[in-house]
Design a protein around this ligand. Structure first.
Ligand code: MF3
Ligand code: CO
Ligand code: CO
Length: 307
């Protein structure tokens, strides 16, 4: 049988390939800011907490989520050709601290910076460094903050200057795929419904879905044991219940779904060098649907604002 050819097979690898830059010294967090338990050691330990949050925890998660959304709006405005990903990290770091929160990635399992910046064929967990953004790049900025004892986790993929049609369509489809996944969520729905909706939508646009990185429970722990695949997994039979909090964060690729990691042990790139996009929200399940926790207090959703 002939190898199945998809429409995306003519999409070229992203050029020039993203290369490692210089990582600046570790940034300081004032001692007045409350830190998550791993901030000192880097080790978050095992996930042990229940999946359903208390009303008080949800209140605090609304605040943490709104701070993360504010920071994403603020840093997103600064995205332009010539700025370095380290500059973006500095801007986000300073704003997170100004708002009284801790930048959750900083020293999480030893991660060296305050946000993740993933450019072009970088799928996720890119480390901010001295690389300048180029006209035509796409960049995901993933902001997580710790505030009142809980985390809020959200990301947007931004266009840098004039971006080619394939990449624009990739970004638009990934944004919509997150919405398709969220729309399945309500008390009594199943985890596998989320991935099924995302995968169906991605494949209808000839995009592949990343399998190695998935959404996760979030709350007092950055990553709790609830696992949210973005593809259909028949084993993901867990029933979602009112008060559960988790992320949906699909990564969609212009080429194949296969990945490799750089020797920095963080940066994940597509094997074929084609581009990848991602959007992420933190949600709480409600009786008849879901609430997006990663929106500003006035209801602005960064992914919509920048679309
Ligand atoms: N924010 C990422 C997520 O969506 C996790 C980043 S962990 C880090 O789960 F260590 F890379 F920062
Ligand atoms: Co996440
Ligand atoms: Co994130």
């Amino acid at each position: 049988m002939a190898k199945r050819k998809t429409k995306t097979s003519k999409v070229p690898a992203s050029f020039p390939p993203v290369q490692q830059g210089l990582v600046s010294p570790r940034r300081n967090v004032p001692s007045s800011i409350a830190r998550p338990p791993y901030a000192q050691t880097g080790d978050p330990g095992p996930s042990v907490l229940p999946l359903v949050r208390t009303q008080d925890e949800i209140k605090s998660m609304r605040k943490a989520g709104s701070i993360a959304a504010e920071v994403l709006l603020y840093v997103g405005e600064k995205v332009r050709p010539g700025i370095t990903t380290d500059n973006l990290d500095q801007i986000a770091h300073d704003e997170i601290i100004r708002l009284g929160a801790y930048p959750s990635p900083l020293n999480y399992r030893g991660f060296p910076k305050s946000v993740c910046t993933s450019v072009n064929e970088v799928v996720c967990h890119g480390i901010p460094d001295s690389r300048q953004l180029l006209d035509g790049d796409i960049i995901n900025i993933d902001v997580t903050v710790f505030y009142e004892g809980v985390h809020g986790d959200t990301s947007v993929t931004f266009l840098v200057g004039e971006v080619d049609d394939y990449s624009r369509q990739l970004v638009q489809t990934t944004r919509n795929a997150l919405t398709k996944g969220m729309e399945t969520v309500h008390n009594g729905s199943r985890v596998c419904d989320i991935g099924q909706a995302i995968e169906k939508y991605a494949h209808s646009s000839q995009l592949s879905v990343v399998r190695e990185f998935i959404g996760h429970g979030v709350g007092p722990e950055f990553h709790s044991s609830l696992a949210i695949p973005h593809y259909f997994d028949r084993r993901a039979t867990t029933e979602l219940l009112t008060g559960m909090t988790f992320t949906i964060e699909p990564m969609l690729n212009l080429g194949g779904h296969s990945l490799r990691m750089w020797d920095d042990t963080w940066t994940v790139v597509t094997i074929d060098g084609r581009r990848s996009a991602q959007f992420e929200h933190t949600l709480v399940v409600t009786d008849d649907g879901y609430e997006i926790l990663t929106q500003t207090a006035s209801g602005t959703i960064p992914a919509e604002y920048f679309s």
